[in-house]
Ligand binder design. Structure first.
Ligand code: KIV
Ligand code: ZN
Length: 512
């Protein structure tokens, strides 16, 4: 058995299915570039048949990324599979990932198909896909809750049809590590041609065990591919987190004995990029990428780490990219230094005009904030990306007044399709007043389901990064805004969410 563990990242597909996490084509490409830098083996770039937007995103990523295998999800039917193959045409290495549910519950209630029909459709799908690309992954959806006898029959058949990877999803996050590990082991022992495919694990985090289950699938079950997402992004409680699974295998090489192709120094930048793009904030105590992951507050710990780092640290912060968290630029930094830092951060800008626009924003920020960190640059570039898209609503300026004992007031100027408008309102606090001032004009009627503020680089001198999640007519979107003034950041986040609500992106959930 191989001692290489394949890392299959599905941030851009399963991660994106998380409510409000949907991304534009360009945002997906930017993240795909970061995943390539991270040396992820397989990037699941999307679900090509789900929408024109997703088709274009998969196509763009397939045409651009050269070092990772690019994969598209596809239901088990000829139409979806052909669409996936078409989107993947430009890829150096292409994979089609086709799936159909195999649990009694899903077959009967969701698909309304008999087991025999599912068996035939799975076989037929893999046979069809095999004529289009060589690399075929098959997933029996809700595999962990499926009847093992039926599962063995389906898996044996799809391997005979040419499936090269067999992925066994715990779609609803129901598994327990030991049981899941043994489940994979039993399948591998019982399926006669199991050695003809690479076995893969795909765990959801509903009981907080996605990483533990995946590792058990590797250690006990002998899986050699883990499907995961940056920051564990994903529907409900999310997916298995890439950074945790990778650092577990790397740090405990003594136990797992497996090789990884991942360049872990790019983990933190990937985490920041995904968080800033989707508005899903990383909790401070999150393993590996949380702000406190390497912070020692207690005197005894600090003392120990100063004497010998391994007294309290099992990983080196710099191995996952934490050293990047230093002052990098300031007011006097020139365009060249800015451009070079962008390159070092792996941010690719398409034209000199784009760099100039980002540099102007950088100068404006440096006038207000003496120390500029990498996180500030990444936030600024995210905003720059958004502003290029001729958004309907664009922030211009804001003034607000709040005083103890008085009701705060705000007035905001923003453009609607290029035309300046002004809104004024009162609210419970300055943020509330500012957002009401926007709403007074826009009248979106959207419901706010989440509002959160995060200090980008930790102190009160930092920029505030605000996430606003809005819901309207069944759509959920996240808007993100950053500014040293958190009221302005809030207004920007609100306008960004309104812009997303406004966009006509149609999406079909892979498991709908
Ligand atoms: O969780 C799941 O079952 C999936 C499949 C589509 C692989 O994401
Ligand atoms: Zn999934």
């Amino acid at each position: 058995m191989s001692d290489k563990l394949i890392i299959f990242d599905t941030t851009l597909r399963d991660g994106e299915q998380s409510p409000g996490a949907s991304m534009t084509r360009d945002e997906k490409l930017r993240i795909a570039r970061q995943l390539e830098r991270l040396r992820v083996d397989v990037i699941e770039a999307g679900f090509a048949a789900s929408s024109n937007g997703d088709f274009e995103a998969v196509q763009l990523i397939a045409n651009t990324i050269k070092d990772s295998t690019i994969c598209s999800l596809s239901r088990a039917n000829d139409k979806d599979i052909s669409r996936a193959a078409e989107a993947l045409k430009g890829a150096n290495r292409a994979r089609i990932h086709t799936f159909i549910a195999t649990s009694a519950l899903h077959m009967e209630k969701k698909l309304r198909m008999t087991p025999d029909q599912v068996f035939e459709q799975a076989k037929q799908a893999v046979r069809f896909a095999r004529n289009l690309v060589d690399d075929i992954e098959f997933s029996p959806e809700d595999g962990y809750r499926s009847d093992p006898d039926f599962l063995c029959r389906v898996i044996e058949a799809v391997i005979n049809e040419g499936a090269t990877t067999i992925n066994v999803p715990d779609t609803v996050g129901y598994a327990i590590p030991e049981l899941y590990g043994n489940f994979i082991k039993d399948l591998r022992e019982r399926v006669p041609n199991s050695d003809k495919a690479i076995w893969s694990v795909h765990c959801h985090n509903d009981l907080g065990m996605a990483v533990a289950n995946s590792l058990a699938g590797v250690k006990i079950g002998g899986a050699r591919q883990v499907e995961c997402t940056i920051n564990g992004l994903g529907e409900r409680a999310g997916n298995c987190s890439l950074e945790e699974v990778v650092m577990a295998v790397k740090t405990r090489r003594d136990y797992f004995g497996l090789e990884l192709g991942i360049d872990t120094r790019h983990i933190l930048a990937a985490s920041r990029m995904v968080s800033q793009t989707t508005g899903f904030v990383v909790q401070p105590n999150k393993a590996v990428v949380g702000a406190n992951a390497f912070a020692h507050a207690s005197g005894i710990h600090q003392d120990g780490v100063l004497k010998a780092r391994d007294t309290y640290e099992i990983m080196r912060a710099e191995d996952v990219g934490w050293t990047a968290n230093k002052i990098v630029l300031g007011k006097l930094s020139g365009r060249n230094a800015f451009k070079q830092r962008l390159q070092e951060l792996g941010v690719q800008m398409e034209s000199e005009a784009e760099i100039n626009a980002a540099f102007t924003r950088f100068k404006e920020l440096a006038d207000r904030k003496s120390e500029i960190f990498d996180e500030d640059i990444l936030a600024l570039v995210s905003e720059e990306n958004v502003s290029q898209h001729k958004e309907q609503y664009v922030f211009v300026s804001l003034s607000q007044h709040s005083e103890t004992g008085e009701r705060p007031q705000a007035s905001i100027v923003f453009t609607v399709d290029g035309k300046e408008v002004k809104g004024t309102a009162e609210g419970n606090g300055p943020v509330d007043a500012s957002l009401k001032a926007i709403e007074a004009h826009v009248k979106s009627g959207a419901e706010m389901v989440l509002y959160s503020v995060n200090a980008i680089s930790g102190s009160t001198e930092s920029q505030g990064e605000v996430t606003v999640r809005l819901q309207n007519s069944g759509r959920v979107v996240n808007g993100v805004g950053a500014d040293p003034d958190i009221v302005v950041a809030s207004a920007k986040a609100y306008l960004s969410a309104l812009n997303k609500l406004q966009s006509k992106a149609d999406r079909v959930a892979a498991q709908g």
